[in-house]
Ligand binder design. Sequence first.
Ligand SMILES: NC(=O)c1ccc[n+]([C@@H]2O[C@H](COP(=O)([O-])OP(=O)(O)OC[C@H]3O[C@@H](n4cnc5c(N)ncnc54)[C@H](OP(=O)(O)O)[C@@H]3O)[C@@H](O)[C@H]2O)c1
Length: 282
Amino acid sequence: MNEKIIDGKHCSKQIRENLKKEISKLPSIPELVDIQIGNDEASTIYINNKKKAAESVGIKFHHVHFEDNIDKQIIIDKIKELNNDIKITGILLQLPIPKEYDEQELINYIDPNKDVDGLTKINYGKLFLGQDGLVSCTPLGVIKLLEAYNVDLENKNVVIIGRSNLVGKPLIELLLRKNANISICHSKTKNLGEHTKNADILIVAVGHENLINKDMIKNNVVIIDIGINRLNGKIVGDVDFNSVIDKVKLITPVPGGVGPMTVTMLLNNVVKSYKLTNKMDV
Ligand SMILES: NC(=O)c1ccc[n+]([C@@H]2O[C@H](COP(=O)([O-])OP(=O)(O)OC[C@H]3O[C@@H](n4cnc5c(N)ncnc54)[C@H](OP(=O)(O)O)[C@@H]3O)[C@@H](O)[C@H]2O)c1
């Protein structure tokens, strides 16, 4: 079974070791700020994970926390202050934020050179224009995993389930750059299995446990399971792992697949943002 597992932890470890070396040679310490609004429990866990990961490679981590009834202008002023602070090289808004705020409006206040989640309209536009900018961490992590396991994408049928700004949409562009043939499915897609059965590579980012089972895939498919769901006290993905394992060529486990790579790509983006803000070659 092990030879079928795409080991995100192992892959991450290697990239993090290289980043640590690179960071130790930088003229100053990169600093990352994670802005949280409200008290979403999962977000608090993710923030602690990011803090640990950042500090393990030599990045200074700051957690800025606002209560969920905070005046929008106070958040905007804080972002502007961080934009102007030369010590701060990376800024991210921890998602999701409470519904009363306009997520994209707040994100767009982040300096694009410090936008380590790649979600400002500037970086989003650059991505789809094929220009160099900061790219969303999870899609970047998916591509790194596929590269690490030598998954050839050229002229392969890639089916993505999920069309969020955070995951599905950036993946379209990154996969196009690899000359893949791409289909994208969503909640209005009928007969999902008819689409997924065509996939040479199936990428699932929905947030719905057991959405995909063995009857919905062809033999030898590569599956990237991005979903994170809590089921009976355990973390599981969107794919019924035990059902599909005999049919797949490769699969990411949950946990231990895409998750660690997402955090690693954040660290990677902090180094890139450091270079951008200090006008160094990237
Ligand atoms: N591992 C990681 O590092 C990582 C990072 C980011 C996200 N995630 C996880 O990935 C999942 C997706 O995250 P997200 O932020 O992209 O979520 P999202 O914004 O809620 O998007 C979910 C997408 O799934 C589609 N969808 C919903 N039900 C469906 C169904 N029954 N069949 C087909 N498509 C369906 C939605 O379609 P519509 O557009 O039509 O609504 C939407 O495009 C979540 O579980 C999240 O926790 C993991």
